[in-house]
Design a binder for this molecule. Structure first.
Ligand code: GLU
Length: 446
């Protein structure tokens, strides 16, 4: 049940943003947590902080025309939602996927505000992307698309304004093309305008690995808080993109056994533990489907068209996309002996699924806390760019681990403070919200 004031704010969000169901879901989850904060801090309600947070500061929608290799013209839609800049320049990735529309970009941007706040680093929240589908496109087509996208986006971004990065469908190749076009148009080598850059041109060590590594560190802390560790645990990961791959890498280093991962065609089950070198070869080099994994590793099986959540595991690390764990999936996972969930993806669990996890007493680390390592390391990349410095891999990874430990501890401490011990959702939402709210109050009515 929502606090009365929050319920009318939520009704307004529904009315003002029709059809944007993922955005509604992301707002609802935060509002569900912050009722008790309003009791302690009447000044937030008086200044209409929540109403202001739910309304993006600026939303940009633009045409992206480009030509394919046959010379045919295509038109996509580009987005950048600059949601909140109370803590720093808007910061958040770009997603290229056919499912992208304003509601997806707004849900991601909204989550990003609190996630970025939780990192403790000076970054506001934003997100962008396009309904462009990079699957099956040549490098030349992807380059022309990225150049056209940046030809509009460049006027809205800058190292002190708005700093994009990658998300689904936007990795090192796309970031290179985007930065190249920004540099060409502006005639400025402004490294801090985008993060996730290659190491050859201003990128930071550990940024590629950061979301997955960070998520594994977060789960390690959750397990530690319950007196256990990854050692010998059976782990199920969804996805096989950047987040999944580096989650698997770190979990294996920490002693866990990842027995399954997936892509949009199905999942692969490998009881001996996923062979990471083979997975990287198939996904990063060949950009092929997961069935190829089972062809090359005979004891592994590829299961087409089914959810990976039917595979029993003690730890689940969803690293694919939003709403990939339903209430039914969650019930199956709990029945199969699940003890912890760390979300590498953004909002991968439906509200029904979250309820099942929480009622079963699972250690449930929501994305905005568990996957904050990616954007945190982006902020470290900005810091290195600003000081024209570059840190070693070891130092960068140590910083990432400290940041994840700190987020974990603050989530737990905040949950305790509000009488909800072990509730990482409440801890993350309340702690993330408070910092943004205090900055907004201090900055006046803007
Ligand atoms: N897209 C990532 C996220 O969901 C990273 C954003 C960034 O590095 O700016 O947090």
């Amino acid at each position: 049940m929502l606090h009365e004031k929050l319920s009318s704010i939520y009704d307004n969000v529904l009315r003002r943003n029709p059809g944007e169901i993922e955005f509604h879901q992301a707002v609802r989850e935060v509002l569900d947590s912050i009722g008790p904060v309003l009791g302690k801090h009447p000044e937030y309600a008086e200044s209409k902080i929540i109403e202001r947070i739910c309304e993006p500061e600026r939303q940009i929608i633009f045409r992206v025309p480009w030509t394919d290799d046959k010379g045919e013209v295509h038109i996509n839609r580009g987005f950048r939602v600059e949601f909140n800049s109370a803590l720093g320049p808007y910061k958040g990735g770009l997603r290229f996927h056919p499912s992208v529309y304003l509601g997806i970009v707004k849900f991601l941007g909204f989550e990003q505000i609190f996630k970025n706040s939780l990192t403790g680093l000076p970054i506001g929240g934003g997100k962008g992307g396009s309904d462009f589908d990079p699957k099956g496109r040549s490098d030349g087509e992807v380059m022309r698309f990225c150049q056209s996208f940046m030809t509009e986006l460049y006027r809205h971004i800058g190292e002190y304004t708005d700093v994009p990065a990658g998300d689904t469908g936007v990795g090192g190749r796309e970031i290179g093309y985007l930065f190249g076009q920004y540099k060409r148009i502006t005639n400025r080598y402004e490294s801090g305008v985008i993060t996730g850059k290659g190491l050859a041109y201003g990128g930071a060590q550990v940024r590629t690995e950061a979301t997955g590594y960070g998520c594994a560190f977060f789960v390690q802390e959750m397990l530690k808080a319950r007196g256990t560790s990854f050692d010998g645990k059976r782990v199920v990961v969804s996805g096989s993109g950047n987040v999944a791959i580096y989650t698997i890498e770190k979990v294996e280093q920490l002693g866990g056994v990842v027995v399954a991962c997936s892509d949009s065609s199905g999942y692969v089950l490998d009881e001996k533990g996923i062979d990471l070198a083979l997975l990287k070869q198939i996904k990063q080099v060949e950009r092929a489907r997961l069935d190829v994994y089972a062809q090359r590793r005979p004891h592994a099986t590829f299961v087409p068209g089914r959810t990976v959540w039917e595979v029993p595991g003690q730890v689940a690390m969803p690293s694919a996309t939003q709403n990939e764990i339903t209430g039914q999936d969650a019930a199956t996972m709990v029945a199969n002996g699940l003890i912890a969930v760390g979300e590498g993806a953004n909002m991968p669990t439906t509200p029904e699924g979250i309820k099942v996890f929480q009622e079963a007493g699972i250690a449930y680390g929501p994305g905005k806390a568990a996957n904050a390592g990616g954007v945190a390391t982006s902020a470290l990349e900005m810091q290195q760019n600003a000081s024209r410095d570059s840190w070693t891999f070891e130092f960068s990874e140590q910083r990432l681990q400290e940041i994840m430990r700190d987020i974990h501890d603050r989530c737990l401490a905040t949950a305790d403070e509000y009488g909800l011990p072990g509730n990482y959702v409440a801890g993350a939402n309340i702690d993330g919200f408070r910092r943004v709210a205090d900055a907004m109050l201090a900055l006046g009515l803007i």
